[in-house]
Design a protein around this ligand. Structure first.
Ligand SMILES: Cc1cc2nc3c(=O)[nH]c(=O)nc-3n(C[C@H](O)[C@H](O)[C@H](O)COP(=O)(O)OP(=O)(O)OC[C@H]3O[C@@H](n4cnc5c(N)ncnc54)[C@H](O)[C@@H]3O)c2cc1C
Length: 427
């Protein structure tokens, strides 16, 4: 008997899911599989997937399992994908359907799938991929990308037949959140669609609030759902277009599309540059002399750098798995351009913790802040100015328990020394 197997990874949804759609159109019997091996492993002494993201993924799996059953499709949650495929191929004539990823580990996982007849799709981006010079800036990409029409989300699927297959029990880990300012996400396609519905009336405010350091409504909060595919970027795009028709078009509603293009940009830069965004030399292919300084690393991870905004941000990240885009930029810039540390360690720290981690956006942005990515000039954030511009004092009060105000350390001079010693003397 013929059986279509859909490999769920970062496409944990029913709606606008290309491989689910094609598998259902082309087959009578359909089974979904998700392998928990994707959550395992370590990087630079950090757990690859810390508890907040594990919780988000597991909640999303439970939602997917329930929603798939509405179409009579079972989802098997397994440990070892190779073992499961071996078993299934012993009893059925299988064809595997999977979404292509861009990270190197994700690619090596795909090798295990390619041992069987398979169909793969590239559906991670809002736009259709096109070839461009991945070493150039975002503007170079955007000039071309903006001319591409974005495809409509796919039609609904119909009920199928399925087979019984073993599935591990999923236990949702308990996370304890101490700070009432923490931004918390619940996983699942249903939650992602709710978040979209909740945000649509706010699209005309986005541009003026997106840089704020605190707050839930200041930005869309789509990233965690996009990262594991509880929603598709095309669904978001098309719902924004509908909302614009109901109201009006604004610079602000355009800006959400603009930011989604940044996401596409990094996905495609990672796709075309292969493993370069994981290397110290990045896509610029320059090996800077980053410092090996255990003490400053330790202070950084313990939120004890002596710079309030940085320490507050580390506290937020460690206790909620979230940071606004502004704070991510400032923290990454500080790690590399003030402390002079190897950017890959900072990126691994984010990888471990961030609830919305995806390899392209994380390593693409870190490389950008570290002068080894798609940045066109050497820029460093002025922390005091950023604190003043984006209500940073209020943010610090929320995330730093300061009994007595101390002077921040002289990070400006540190930045000048690092620029000379780490970056420009090694060029
Ligand atoms: C050092 C660093 C690491 C980052 N790591 C990640 C990561 O692992 N995963 C991740 O999704 N984003 C990452 N970002 C990008 C960005 O910070 C988050 O996407 C954004 O803060 C998520 O909040 P939001 O959904 O409310 O974004 P919004 O401001 O509402 O933007 C809408 C969507 O556009 C996309 N987007 C916005 N800014 C960027 C950007 N700079 N790069 C790529 N896509 C963007 C996201 O998909 C986001 O959901 C990183 C940024 C930096 C500076």
């Amino acid at each position: 008997m013929k059986l279509a197997i859909i490999i769920f990874r970062n496409n944990l949804r029913i709606d606008d899911n290309h491989c689910l759609y094609d598998a259902c159109n082309e087959n009578d019997y359909v089974l979904g599989l998700y392998s928990l091996e994707l959550l395992k492993g370590e990087i630079f002494d950090f757990k690859k997937c810390d508890i907040f993201r594990e919780k988000l993924i597991k909640e999303s799996l439970l939602c997917l399992k329930t929603n798939l059953l509405k179409y009579d499709i079972n989802l098997g949650i397994v440990d070892d994908i190779e073992q499961s495929l071996k078993e299934l191929s012993g009893s059925y004539e299988i064809t595997i359907y999977y979404d292509e990823e861009v990270g190197t580990e994700e690619k090596s996982f795909e090798k295990k799938l390619q041992k069987y007849p398979y169909k793969s799709f590239f559906s991670q981006t809002m736009i259709e991929p096109f070839v461009f010079d991945y070493k150039k800036s975002f503007s170079h990409f955007r000039n071309k990308a903006e001319k591409i029409e974005i495809q409509k989300p796919l039609d609904k699927i119909f009920r199928k037949k399925t087979i019984e297959f073993k599935s591990l029990d999923i236990k949702i880990p308990t996370v304890s959140i101490q700070n009432s300012n923490a931004i918390v996400f619940k996983g699942g396609e249903d939650e992602a669609l709710k978040q979209l519905e909740m945000y649509l009336p706010k699209i005309h405010e986005y541009k003026s609030t997106r840089n704020e350091m605190s707050g839930f409504d200041n930005s869309t909060k789509f990233s965690a759902y996009l990262a594991i595919g509880c929603i598709s970027p095309r669904r978001i795009y098309h719902e924004i277009k509908i909302q614009e028709e109901k109201t009006y078009k604004s610079d602000s509603s355009y800006w959400i599309y603009f930011e989604l293009l940044w996401r596409d940009f990094f996905y495609l830069v990672m796709k075309y540059s292969e493993n370069k965004l994981f290397l110290k030399s990045g896509i610029k292919e320059i090996n800077y002399n980053f410092r090996k300084d255990e003490k400053s690393l330790k202070n950084f991870f313990n939120a004890s750098t002596g710079v309030d905004l940085i320490d507050a941000s580390i506290n937020e990240l460690k206790s909620s798995a979230w940071l606004s885009n502004r704070n991510r930029q400032i923290v990454a810039s500080y790690f590399v351009k003030n402390l002079g540390l190897d950017w890959r360690i900072g990126a691994a720290f984010f990888e471990s913790l961030l609830v919305d981690y995806n390899p392209a956006s994380n390593y693409g942005n870190w490389a950008y802040q570290s002068h080894v990515g798609n940045d066109s000039s050497y820029r460093i954030f002025d922390i005091e100015r950023q604190t003043q511009m984006y209500n940073g004092k209020d943010y610090i009060n929320k995330w730093l328990n300061k009994e007595k105000s101390k002077e921040n350390i002289d990070y400006r001079t540190m930045g000048e020394v690092v620029k000379k010693e780490v970056f420009f003397e090694s060029e």
